[in-house]
Ligand binder design. Sequence first.
Ligand code: NAP
Length: 459
Amino acid sequence: MSADPSKSQTAGPLAVAIVGAGPSGFYAAAALLKALPGVEIDIIEALPTPYGLIRGGVAPDHQSTKGVSRAFARTARDPRVRFHGNVELDRDVSLAELRAAYDAVVLAIGMARDRDLEIPGAGLAGVFGAASFVGWYNGHPDFRDLDPNLDTSAACVIGNGNVAIDVARVLLKTAEEMADSDLADHAAGAIRAAPLRDVYLIGRRGPVQAKFTNKELTEMGTLADCAAVVDPAQLPDEVSGEMPARDRRLAEKNLATLKGFAAGAPDDGPDNGPDAGKTKRVHFVFYAKPDAVLGEGRCTALRLERTRIEDGRAVGTGEFFEVPCGLVVPAIGYSMAPVAGLTLDAASGAIANRDGRIDPGLYVVGWAGRGPSGVIGTNKAGGDRIAELIQADFPQDGVRSSGGKPGRAALEQLLTERGLRRVGFADWERIDTAEVAAAPSGAPRRKLSRIADMLAILD
Ligand code: NAP
């Protein structure tokens, strides 16, 4: 960076860089604007598009969850904020350069990788971690060419969290049910053409330990052409054992919902009641630990080991069974790539930090700081906390008297020197307008999923 950050600057705004334009980055920006009115914030984002998981992770048929992006857009339009899209940490600018240029750097980079499914056969064709599979159907440019072969009648989705349920639901909804979604065109075509009939949701523990929120689980019983199937023998009479009251309430609701599925759609076929005539099924399979993906070159079955629960953990019983399937999607959580110079916490897989602070001047928020848990709104409290920390470390209401760093000017000089093409927020708004204008009837937008196509809108 050619601007010398060691040179004292005159009075000016506290210069903050937020890396990552997902929910945690935007909540942090909003909290900082409120707590430190004199601040100047640069939001640096690898993609030309903002909003992170709102665009690339939240299910395409859950549009109401995406509504929060309107508040994020207001933050981005604040005169104190500048969005620098198409600029990637490490590829285009290093953390050391950002730290030299900004008084404070906030890492809001999420967790972009799948946690590894460490069983034989996990590398076979037909096995796609949820990060890539969800990215593919959500039109994330990194996964545009994933091209999963969906020419199979059965799929296994491993995990009992909301991501697993999202994947199952997107595979099982009819084209009509997805008409008001922003499912990417390439995925819509592939899913519509797939002969998929059975999707197995595999939990290594039991229904009481499942992490589905009840709204998401209940939705699985309302699908137009899919019956929810669960073996009543796997459902306990009631929720027992020690657990926090909140977990107990969730477990009780989920158990009641699953009992409803068991009563409405017996395992020998959804042939009566509201499920009569439905051609697809989602099977909730509990107490089943993945043992191996089977197949020669490509997956043809998932082998599972029956489990029992001991001290809350799934313990194998030595009894194995196989589910024939041509697609396996492990949705078992996320991990992150190491960031130069920073340590990852062994337990959470996130960047080691103390309540959000890595060092004075360097902070982390969202999944990158706590691990892959919580819903979008969980990040609001994290953003507030980062603002408190920065306020404590720079107690001048966001206006530094002297000795501060150059901030935006240095970043923009560097981007120019490197010939990088920055996408500003007004540019994104043009891409957004083009996507909305191209939307099929009833849909919110037709997503562009290649960066070149996004940039072409701006040319
Ligand atoms: P999650 O809720 O932590 O669920 C992960 C699941 O994977 C658990 O059932 C876990 O089982 C299982 N698992 C982990 N390792 C495994 C292994 N080696 N073999 C078999 N199963 C394994 O994570 P997530 O579904 O990825 O969701 C991440 C966060 O995003 C969650 O907080 C979620 O609620 C949130 N989210 C929310 C929504 C929504 O609100 N609609 C949508 C999507 C995501 P154990 O419990 O036994 O470890």
